[in-house]
Design a protein around this ligand. Structure first.
Ligand code: GLA
Length: 333
């Protein structure tokens, strides 16, 4: 019996920076996806406790988007990338909320890849699963979600330089908790809007070169007003990742708060991926006792907010929420 587990992730800061080689600071979390079964046969067949229809993916699949049901496309993306020589029959279970912005699809991809026999290193595993996600969803996503799931470190966030793909674990202080709060608003329009934002970033790079190396003065030279704002978000967000990581090391609450507030405002005003529900939730959390900072996390357009709170803080909210721990990356049991 093969048992593979892969975690979801929450991003503490550094959103919409990975697809231009910028900085991100996610952590793998103690919620994740398990794939359990036996290798063999000529298809990958997975049943899910929560989905009615199984995923049945032939080993010679070419186009993952032709597969039904929807969740099976991610399985098909992995099979199309890894081309295993034999199939797999088993089941999928998850403790992650699906589609809430905690990278349930990345966790599924990485768990499936390990289950069907990938022996790639953490980075190569993540790169294969990123390509699988792109093929399955059509979203030109970056590397953050799959890499966090593959190489997470217990008790640490991961500062990832998405140009060099260097991963530096950043210890999380014992006296802070990370809470993920669901806005209750399903992620919508995420596919087309994500691609549109990524295209604007590419246009900015044509104008001023790699955003990962650009300064705010470079950004000011961009003529198109919308492209300029998108680039300003990315360049300023890259700076906030390092400011936030330094503030974590010294436990500097005012700087942590300021970086999270500025990140949210930039995602709202310059990158325009927030929603009224996310803004209201961040606003309410930021006023609560014990909350150090809060911001939307992940792609936006609905989904979750991440809050950094003093250990033991109880949040007076009706929203679903998860106190998450930084977990180790994917593994076979
Ligand atoms: C999604 C993508 C990631 C990243 C985030 C935004 O989760 O899959 O690559 O771009 O959005 O930071």
């Amino acid at each position: 019996m093969v048992v593979a587990w892969a975690p979801g992730r929450v991003n503490l800061i550094g959103d919409h920076t990975d697809h231009t080689g910028g900085l991100v600071l996610p952590m793998a979390i103690d919620l994740g996806t398990t794939v359990r079964g036996e290798r063999g046969g000529d298809a990958v067949v997975l049943r899910s406790a929560t989905e009615h229809e199984p995923a049945v993916v032939p080993l010679d699949i070419d186009d993952p988007t032709t597969v039904t049901p929807g969740w099976a496309r991610y399985v098909a993306g992995v099979v199309a990338e890894l081309r295993p020589s034999s199939g797999f029959t088993g089941e999928v279970t998850t403790t992650l909320p699906v589609g809430a912005g905690l990278s349930s699809s990345a966790a599924l991809e990485v768990a499936v890849a390990l289950a069907i026999g990938s022996e790639a290193s953490g980075l190569d595993l993540a790169l294969a699963c990123q390509r699988a996600e792109q093929r399955a969803s059509g979203v030109p996503c970056g590397i953050m979600d799959q890499l966090a799931s593959a190489v997470g470190v217990e008790g640490h966030a991961l500062r990832i330089d998405c140009t060099t793909l260097e991963v530096r674990p950043v210890p999380l202080p014992d006296d802070l908790d990370v809470v993920v709060v669901d806005s209750g608003q399903p992620r919508e329009l995420a596919t087309s809007a994500y691609a549109e934002r990524a295209a604007a970033c590419q246009a900015a790079q044509v104008a001023i070169g790699p955003l990962a190396e650009a300064t705010l003065a470079d950004v000011d030279r961009i003529e198109d007003e919308v492209v300029r704002r998108r680039a300003r978000h990315v360049v300023s967000e890259n700076q906030r990742v390092d400011a936030f990581a330094s503030a974590l090391a010294t436990g500097d609450r005012p700087s942590l708060r300021e970086a999270m507030a500025a990140s949210h405002a930039s995602l709202r005003d310059d990158f325009e991926v927030s929603t009224a529900a996310l803004d209201a939730l961040v606003g309410a959390l930021s006023e609560m006792d014990g909350v150090i900072g809060a911001r939307l996390t992940g792609a936006g357009f609905g989904g979750c907010v991440v809050a950094l709170v003093e250990r033991g803080t109880t949040l007076d909210l009706s929203h679903s929420r998860w106190h998450v721990q930084a977990a180790a990356g994917a593994h076979l049991d």
